[in-house]
Design a protein around this ligand. Structure first.
Ligand code: ADP
Ligand code: MG
Ligand code: ZN
Length: 554
C-alpha cells in the first residue's frame, strides 16, 4: 500500500517515485524530528517540506532568501492546487496582513517569507500567533558565517524557532555545506547529527573543464557560436566585465542578455524572463544572478573570471543540468583574475581573520584551476566526500601525454628548501628565472645556488609550474594574502628521488603549425552532434587539443 506521502507525491505533484533522500527526510519531519537535508542543486529539496506541509493540519513557514522567485514558486504551487502565499518587501502592508489572516484561518498551507521580515518584532509576534507545524529553512548555509553566503537576518531563526509557541519541527535545506557549515547549521537550529540527510554532492551529469592559457574572448565566442541554440550562463566577476562581454557577444549576433545589480529592477526582471523563456538563451551576469533560478535546461555555465571560492563555484556551476542531462561547467582561468578577487577581499568589511580565511579559500580555487587530478573529485574531496575519478572532466579526458617532470620539480622544490619556506610564489619564480630584480639583490637571494636554474623558462610558465606543484600536493601554502610556500612530505620524497612527478603538457613544438580553421570548426560541430546523439559531453569524444592536431596544416 502506498504511504500517504506517496499518494501526495503522485496526486499533487504527478511524480511516481521519491528521489534519493526525499523519503527519509519526509519521514523524519512527519515524526517531528528536526532535519538537515544536504542535496545537490536540482536534487528535489522543495518536496521535502512541501509534501509534509500537505499532510499536517497546521501551517508550514518557508524562509527563503530568493525574494525574486517567491512569486513564481507560489504560483507554481497554486497551479497544482496547493494553497500557498508569500510575504516579502514587494507585498504592501495591508496585503501582507491579509495574507497572514488567511494563514491564521488555515486557508493556505505554505507561507513563504523573506528573511528580512524575521528581524521585525511585529512580524515575529504575528508568527507567534499562528499554528506553525513546520519551519523550513531553505538555503540554510546562509545561517553560517563559515558559509559563502552568510545572511545576518538568518541568525534570527535561531531564537524564533526556539520561541514559537507551536514548537514547529525544523527542516533546513542546502546544496552547499562543508562539514563545518553543516555542523554549524545543526547547532544553530537544534538538529542532531543523526538528523542530517546527505545524499552527497556529486553531479554526474556535469562535466567540468578548466581552460587555461587561451584567449578567453575567442574561446567564448567559439563556444557560443557552436552552441547557438543551447541555453547557458556566463558569469563574470564585475559589472564592467558583464557589460563588456555582453556587447562583444551581442555584436557577434548571439542572442544574449545580461544581469547585474547595477541595472534597474525593471530591466533585471525583463532580462531574467527573456532568459527563462529562452527568448535570449545566453545570460551574461555577475553572481547577483541565479540563486534559486529553476531553469532546468541550462546546458552550460561558463565562468569568464575565477570566482572567490569553490563553494560559490560549485553552486553557480551547478545551475547547469538541473534536468539531469549532460551539461558543461567551464572555468576560463587567467592568473591575473585572482588579483580582482584579492581586491574584493581587501575592500570587504570583514576583520583580519575573515580576510585571511577568504584568501585561503581563494587559494583553493587557484589549486582547482591548476590541479592535474580529476576536477570532480577535487570538488567532492573539498566537501569531504570520497569518490572515483569521473572520467569526463577536462583532466580525466586530457589525452595529452603525461611527461616526466621530476627533474624540473626537483629544481623548483630545492629552491623552496633553500628559501626556508619564508617566501611566496613570486620571489621563488624570480630566483628560478634568474631575474635581475632589485628586490632579489636586496634580499641577497641572487646568491642562492638555485638562482637561474630554470632561466630558459618564461616567468609565467615557472609561476604556473609552482601552482601545479602546489595544487598537486608537493608544496604547501602558509598564510593568507601572500602565502609562503613550504615543502610537503610528498615534495620531500621527490627531492630524495623516491617519487616521480608527471605532468600533462601542451605539445608546444607543434603549435607553430597553422590550423585549418574551417575544418576545425566543421569537426567540432560534428563532434557536438555526435555528443548530443550519444548523450555525452563533447570532450568524451575528442578533446579540442586532439581536434586541433588533426587539423594542422602540414
Ligand atoms: P533543489 O531545491 O534541490 O535544487 P527543486 O526542489 O527545485 O531542487 O527540484 C528540482 C526539480 O526536480 C523540480 O523541477 C522538481 O519538480 C523535480 N523533482 C523533485 N522531486 C522529484 C521527484 N521525486 N520525481 C521527479 N521530479 C522531481
Ligand atoms: Mg531549492
Ligand atoms: Zn574527472
Amino acid at each position: 500500500m502506498a504511504s500517504a506521502a506517496q499518494s501526495i507525491l503522485k496526486e499533487k505533484f504527478g511524480y511516481d517515485e521519491f528521489r534519493p533522500g526525499q523519503d527519509a527526510a519526509i519521514k523524519r519531519v512527519l515524526a517531528h524530528e528536526n532535519t538537515l537535508v544536504i542535496m545537490p542543486t536540482g536534487g528535489g529539496k522543495s518536496l521535502c517540506y512541501q509534501v509534509p506541509a500537505l499532510l499536517q493540519s497546521g501551517l508550514t513557514v518557508v524562509v527563503s532568501p530568493l525574494i525574486a522567485l517567491m512569486k513564481d514558486q507560489v504560483d507554481a504551487l497554486n497551479e497544482n492546487a496547493i494553497p500557498a502565499t508569500y510575504i516579502n518587501s514587494t507585498v504592501a502592508y495591508p496585503e501582507a496582513q491579509h495574507r497572514l489572516e488567511m494563514a491564521a484561518r488555515g486557508e493556505v498551507k505554505l507561507l513563504y517569507v523573506a528573511p528580512e521580515r524575521l528581524e521585525m518584532p511585529d512580524f515575529q509576534q504575528d508568527l507567534a500567533s499562528l499554528q506553525i507545524d513546520l519551519l523550513a529553512v531553505d538555503e540554510a548555509h546562509c545561517i553560517s558565517q563559515w558559509g559563502h553566503d552568510f545572511r545576518p537576518s538568518y541568525l534570527q531563526l535561531q531564537t524564533i524557532a526556539a520561541a514559537l509557541p507551536s514548537h514547529p519541527t525544523v527542516i533546513a535545506l542546502t546544496a552547499t555545506a562543508t562539514t563545518r557549515v553543516a555542523l554549524d547549521i545543526g547547532q544553530r537550529l537544534n538538529i542532531p547529527e543523526a538528523g542530517m540527510i546527505n545524499t552527497g554532492f556529486a553531479r554526474p551529469n556535469l562535466s567540468f573543464q578548466v581552460v587555461k592559457d587561451q584567449d578567453k574572448d575567442a574561446f567564448l565566442l567559439d563556444y557560443l557560436k557552436l552552441n547557438q541554440t543551447q541555453s547557458g550562463i556566463v558569469y563574470c566577476a564585475t559589472r564592467k566585465e558583464v557589460e563588456r562581454l555582453y556587447l562583444l557577444l551581442e555584436r557577434q549576433g548571439i542572442a544574449v542578455t545580461k544581469y547585474h545589480a547595477g541595472l534597474s529592477e525593471q530591466e533585471r526582471t525583463a532580462n531574467q524572463e527573456d532568459f527563462l523563456f529562452d527568448r535570449k538563451p545566453v545570460m551574461v551576469a555577475t553572481n547577483a544572478f541565479g540563486m534559486g533560478i529553476d531553469k532546468s535546461n541550462v546546458r552550460f555555465v561558463i565562468h569568464a573570471q575565477v570566482p572567490g571560492d569553490l563553494e560559490s563555484y560549485y553552486q553557480e556551476a551547478g545551475r547547469a543540468g538541473r534536468d539531469g542531462l549532460p551539461s558543461e561547467a567551464i572555468l576560463l582561468f587567467a592568473p591575473a583574475d585572482l588579483q580582482i578577487r584579492r581586491f574584493f577581499i581587501d575592500q570587504s568589511e570583514g576583520d583580519d581573520a575573515y580576510k585571511q580565511n577568504e584568501y585561503r579559500k581563494l587559494q583553493v580555487m587557484n589549486q582547482y584551476a591548476n590541479t592535474g587530478d580529476c576536477l570532480q573529485q577535487f570538488i567532492l574531496q573539498y566537501f569531504g566526500q570520497a569518490s572515483q575519478p569521473c572520467g569526463q572532466c577536462s583532466n580525466c579526458r586530457d589525452d595529452r601525454e603525461a611527461v616526466d617532470v621530476t627533474l624540473d620539480a626537483q629544481k623548483a622544490l630545492s629552491c623552496v628548501v633553500r628559501m626556508h619556506g619564508r617566501y611566496g610564489k613570486g620571489l621563488i619564480a624570480d630566483v628560478l628565472a634568474g631575474s635581475k630584480s632589485r628586490r632579489l639583490t636586496q634580499l641577497g637571494l641572487e646568491q642562492l645556488s638555485t638562482y637561474g636554474l630554470l632561466s630558459s623558462w618564461r616567468k609565467k610558465d615557472i609561476s604556473g609550474f609552482i601552482d601545479f606543484l602546489t595544487a598537486d600536493g608537493y608544496l604547501m601554502p602558509q598564510g593568507g594574502q601572500y602565502p609562503t610556500l613550504g615543502l610537503t612530505e610528498l615534495g620531500a620524497q621527490v627531492l630524495r628521488g623516491e617519487a616521480q612527478v608527471m605532468r600533462k603538457q601542451a605539445v608546444k613544438a607543434r603549435q607553430s603549425l597553422p590550423v585549418d580553421d574551417e575544418l576545425f570548426q566543421q569537426l567540432r560541430s560534428l563532434r557536438y552532434d555526435l555528443a548530443q546523439k550519444q548523450g555525452v559531453p563533447p570532450y568524451v569524444i575528442f578533446s579540442d587539443e586532439t581536434l586541433r592536431q588533426l587539423c594542422l596544416l602540414r
